[in-house]
Design a protein around this ligand. Structure first.
Ligand SMILES: CC(C)(COP(=O)(O)OP(=O)(O)OC[C@H]1O[C@@H](n2cnc3c(N)ncnc32)[C@H](O)[C@@H]1O)[C@@H](O)C(=O)NCCC(=O)NCCS
Ligand SMILES: Nc1ncnc2c1ncn2[C@@H]1O[C@H](COP(=O)(O)OP(=O)(O)OP(=O)(O)O)[C@@H](O)[C@H]1O
Length: 200
């Protein structure tokens, strides 16, 4: 039996560190951010609908999505973000479900779905359990600004577009604290793997 684990957190909370530990241990990880990039490649229907809704300003000269431009628009205007979500969600859901089914068919004891918007987009019921990677708000803000080169105002907008991390942690089956050094986070991820091996 495969244990299907949903892995989530907030923007820049440290999911990548945890997903790397699962990958290194040999478990398949389905990454929703990678799938979200694939469904908007040139020629895909989601991209055509985005251009229809947001105009040619969100396309680069080479026909690819201008992610920085679209990010600027949607994270500063909640209604525009909702419009983007309405377009993307059906394509995302179909592609994520297909990738999870394919991973499960491989027969691994644990399969991970790394989905930043797991709670916002109502994926929790699809999983046997959900792990949330948390950090304190000031740590999240500082790491996000440093990683993505955003101003404090831009970073705060992005954080505010998601359910607060503390609320996600309260809904989770497992919580991984990423306030400390990454070694401490890696140790918690390894302990979680041992726990799940007993459940699968
Ligand atoms: C707005 C876009 C173009 C910005 O691209 P950019 O390369 O700057 O960011 P990237 O895609 O790497 O996302 C970084 C993080 O932003 C957060 N984020 C992304 N999309 C959203 C959203 N719709 N709502 C809230 N937070 C989001 C996530 O925490 C994600 O991990 C892009 O995020 C996008 O197309 N988002 C919509 C698709 C989606 O819902 N992705 C999430 C998969 S669950
Ligand atoms: N324990 C840590 N100590 C110091 N820096 C960290 C730690 N964990 C993560 N970071 C840094 O914080 C930033 C965000 O981490 P990471 O990219 O893993 O988050 P994420 O949850 O995968 O983000 P997203 O959902 O936005 O893609 C990165 O620049 C990373 O190097």
């Amino acid at each position: 039996m495969t244990y299907l684990l949903g892995l989530t957190g907030g923007i820049a909370s440290g999911k990548s560190t945890v997903s790397r530990v699962f990958k290194a241990a040999g478990y398949p990880v389905v990454d929703a951010d990678v799938i979200a990039r694939r469904i908007v490649e040139p020629g895909r229907p989601a991209l055509a609908r985005i251009v229809q809704a947001f105009g040619p300003q969100v396309l680069r000269a080479d026909g690819k999505l201008n992610r920085a431009k679209l990010g600027e628009i949607v994270f500063s205007q909640p209604r525009r973000l909702e419009a983007l979500n309405q377009i993307n969600r059906p394509y995302l859901r179909a592609a994520i479900n297909q990738a999870l089914e394919q991973a499960k068919a491989g027969g691994a004891a644990i399969v991970v779905g790394d989905i930043p918007l797991l709670y916002e987009a109502d994926y929790a019921d699809a999983f046997d359990g959900v792990a949330v990677v948390t950090v304190a708000p000031d740590v999240q803000l500082a790491r996000l600004m440093a990683r993505d080169g955003l101003t404090e105002a831009e970073a705060k907008e992005r954080i505010a577009s998601q359910i607060p991390l503390a609320e996600k942690a309260a809904m989770a089956d497992f919580v991984i604290d990423n306030n400390g050094k990454s070694e401490a986070t890696i140790a918690q991820a390894k302990a979680l793997i041992r726990q799940l091996q007993h459940l699968s």
